[in-house]
Design a protein around this ligand. Structure first.
Ligand code: SF4
Length: 372
């Protein structure tokens, strides 16, 4: 019961790198990342948030390492984490070495910003020995002074040049386990920069619109910026940056990929915008369902529609469907009418049936694995 076709062009051909057990690039699924916003010196709080992010579906989680104590904690965090971790490091190469010693799966570090050639070589050697990739993260807000002088202001060309400069430093050290991001808070600048870089290198690209704002504007900017690039086949991993709980970043990231037909995860709720024809409180029911179904990772299609205008048509295409009907709402299972449900029982009946549908999908997938 697949509802979505891909809206995207053929994926850009890239090399791939391994971040722990997650492959980024090549034909690997586009991975979804987020970043903790706890104090990395607080192991318990950071572990809790990593677990929440993993539970929400994050394939990779980044933690910042602003000082030695945070970098030392990487070892414990890696042990506690069910998903590979990326250490975010600026300026201080020693922190990168400590994080590598702690078993970090990837470094986000700009080699041009950590001092002398010897220091860069030391980090690259240590990363190389452990096959740990490096993500070069260019940000329009922190471009080098010489580039700003050359271009006059942050722009896509300056970002691309910055990315190429960092790439060259690593390539000169014979190191090619590279991912790159070119993030700006301007969607247009970000998209232009990624398009240009995609034509110049074949390293996997980490997509993101930086400092995108709160939940609503940040989600819209990210959906448009990342959506444009992904629809052109550009992008191998992504982070949606929001001034919000990082768990929301993961949810929005998956919604973008789901909408483009690039990945499936969790319940796809199709619900109507409501109008005076609605036969039950659609908005309230959908809000409750979103919370109660957040734990489901299987791709279940669910329609929740206020009346018979569009309800039966949508329900026929879904695993579980509900059509409003004046106190006698009609529940559909696998496209067929199944039973009438009273208003006060809607949420719990739908949750039960979605859980059953998820279990069936899981069992079927397990069976397919055993048969293959
Ligand atoms: Fe209104 Fe029915 Fe359309 Fe929902 S499906 S918006 S209730 S007409």
């Amino acid at each position: 019961m697949s509802r979505s076709a891909s809206l995207t062009a053929q994926r850009r051909l890239t090399r791939s790198v391994n971040v722990g057990n997650i492959v980024v690039g090549g034909d690997a699924p586009i991975s979804v990342q987020s970043m903790t916003n706890t104090d990395t010196r607080d192991i318990a709080a950071t572990t809790r948030q990593i677990l929440e992010l993993a539970e929400a579906g994050a394939d990779l989680v980044r933690v910042s390492c602003p000082d030695e104590e945070a970098a030392i904690n990487v070892k414990q965090l890696v042990e506690n984490s069910p998903v590979p971790l990326i250490a975010d490091i600026h300026f201080d190469h020693k922190l990168a070495l400590i994080a590598l010693d702690g078993g970090i799966h990837c470094l986000r570090i700009n080699p041009g910003n950590i001092g002398s050639k010897e220091r860069v070589a030391e980090v690259v050697q240590a990363a190389s020995a452990r096959r740990v990739p490096i993500r070069i993260g260019v940000n329009a807000g922190s471009l080098d002074k010489d580039l700003l002088a050359k271009y006059g202001e942050p722009c896509a060309d300056a970002m691309v040049e910055s990315g190429l400069k960092h790439i060259r430093i690593l390539e000169d050290l014979n190191y090619q386990e590279i991912k790159i991001s070119l993030k700006a808070s301007s969607v247009a600048m970000t998209v232009e920069a990624y398009r240009k870089l995609a034509n110049l290198v074949d390293y996997p690209l980490h997509l993101g619109i930086t400092e995108a704002g709160g939940m609503l504007p940040g989600s819209v900017k990210s959906a448009i910026g990342l959506g444009l690039l992904l629809s052109e086949g550009i992008g191998d991993t992504l982070r949606v940056s929001l001034s919000a709980n990082p768990v929301e970043e993961v949810r929005v990231g998956f919604e973008i990929l789901k909408t483009l037909g690039l990945r499936t995860r969790g319940v796809n709720i199709i619900s109507c915008p409501t109008c005076s024809r609605q036969e039950f409180a659609v908005i309230d029911v959908v809000a409750k369902l979103e919370k109660r179904l957040a734990h489901i990772s299987e791709s279940v299609n669910l329609s929740v529609i206020g009346c018979i205008v569009n309800g039966p048509g949508e329900a026929k295409e879904c695993h579980v469907g509900l059509v409003g009907g004046g106190g006698e709402n009609l529940l559909y299972l696998n496209g067929k009418p199944f039973e009438k449900v009273a208003d006060n029982n809607l949420v719990s009946r739908i949750v039960d049936e979605v859980e059953i549908a998820a279990r069936n999908i899981r069992d079927r997938e397990q069976q397919e694995i055993e048969n293959s």
